[in-house]
Design a binder for this molecule. Structure first.
Ligand code: ADP
Ligand code: MG
Length: 384
């Protein structure tokens, strides 16, 4: 296994598309880096650059001690697992697993040993004599993974390998990949558009948008300290709520004012927001930071919503509603009594709120997190 290093890597396609835009990224030896971003942001192009299937317009890639510049794909010692894993239909599972080794003219006993080792690791030994059409979707995906494993590559590149599986198999195979990563101690770049998959699998998560990496951090850190409103809104389901308002000062207290209603600015944000009195700010509230307000909750800690949709998801109840024209979703206790068409007062856990700069005028860039390092105190037992 090896350390992967991308230096100022860019890919501009002949039609002018900047698919990858000056990406600098270090993936330490043995790390599973989950690369996540919306469709079209450049994830596949980035993997293809690493694999050598595209050549960069600028920048360099190093794997271990050497630069990959001018190195042919088959000499790069990386293994790519694609979405929609194409197995050879006429070969058995053994034949499929052995294929990359036969191509390399490895000695027969070594092929045999490596195939059996990979099959054992993935729990597919009993399938070795079968043809792909005699396998379930999940088994086929495991064979596709096995074909990468037998090569003992320095780095695995996985491009949405679970996207063709149904929800349940996806969960199982995801666990499988996590276990495989631990057993192999492998360097893996794992691409997905699914934020939940990225958060559960990644040692670190890299969020990509428009060919750039916005932030790279361990899952908990990136969830708690998103660098901007895009990262904040992309990670988490249901997504973070955003309210557009202004900062007001009144009798020594700062408020976030939103359509005439005020929420108290917590002490930890006061120093930063004091400089923005009278200015536009975006308040971000995660659905789990809202709960049914106990009687007597002061208005400055409350959002009053009219519920128009309820989603029961077992461990929680998602209540969608509107407040002064903005849509809000709250992740509530599954036992909460809420009803469609009713007004409900929600208490806002302002310690877990986020404040963002408004998007720069005329730009589609998201606003920066104004208090990116704030650490909220641990949750009270009653809020878990
Ligand atoms: P993702 O995998 O994140 O969905 P891709 O890497 O496939 O994104 O594509 C990134 C951008 O580059 C998209 O705008 C896509 O249309 C464009 N693109 C990809 N391949 C080519 C190509 N061969 N020629 C021109 N544009 C391309
Ligand atoms: Mg893709």
């Amino acid at each position: 296994m090896a350390h992967l290093s991308l230096k100022q890597l860019s890919k501009v396609f002949p039609d002018g598309t900047h698919a990858v835009d000056q990406i600098t990224l270090e993936v330490p030896d043995g790390e599973l880096l989950a690369l996540v971003g919306p469709s079209g942001c450049g994830k596949t192009t980035l993997l293809r650059l690493i694999a050598g299937l595209e050549s960069p317009t600028a920048g360099d890639i190093e794997l271990g001690p050497r630069s990959l510049q001018g190195v042919l794909p088959r000499d790069r010692n990386v293994a790519m697992v694609f979405q929609g894993h194409a197995l050879y239909p006429h070969l058995t599972v053994f034949g499929n697993l052995a294929f990359p080794l036969r191509l390399r003219k490895s000695p027969k006993p070594e092929i045999d040993h490596r195939v059996r080792q990979a099959a054992a690791m993935l729990g597919i030994e009993r399938l070795l004599h079968r043809k792909p059409r005699q396998l379930s979707g999940g088994e086929q995906q495991r064979v596709a993974l096995g074909r990468a494993v037998v090569r003992h590559p320095a780095c695995f590149l996985m491009d949405e390998p679970l996207s063709n599986l149904d929800a349940r198999l996806r969960d199982e195979t995801r666990t499988e990949i996590k276990a495989l990563h631990q057993r192999l101690d492998a360097t893996i770049v794992y691409v997905t558009h699914d934020q939940q998959e990225a958060m559960t699998l990644g040692d670190r998560v890299a969020v990509m948008r428009d060919g750039r990496i916005l932030q790279v951090a361990p899952p908990r850190e990136i969830y708690r300290h998103p660098i901007d409103a895009f990262v904040a809104g992309f990670l988490g389901a249901p997504p973070m709520n955003f309210l557009h308002g202004q900062i007001r000062a009144d009798a020594g207290q700062l408020y976030f004012e939103h359509s005439g209603r005020r929420l108290a600015v917590p002490a930890w944000a006061a120093a930063t927001l004091a400089a923005r009195v009278g200015q536009d700010v975006v308040l971000g509230i995660r659905p789990e930071s809202l709960s049914i307000a106990p009687t007597g909750t002061p208005p400055a800690n409350r959002l009053d919503i009219t519920v128009d949709l309820i989603e029961f998801v077992g461990a929680a109840l998602h209540a969608y509603g509107s407040t002064n024209g903005d849509t809000i979703v709250a992740r509530l206790d599954p036992a909460a009594t809420v009803a469609i068409g009713q007004h409900h007062a929600l208490e806002v856990d302002l310690d877990r709120a986020h404040f963002f700069a408004p998007p720069p005028r005329g730009s589609k860039q998201p606003g920066a997190n104004l208090c990116p390092t704030h650490n909220p105190p641990p949750l009270a037992r009653s809020r878990l």
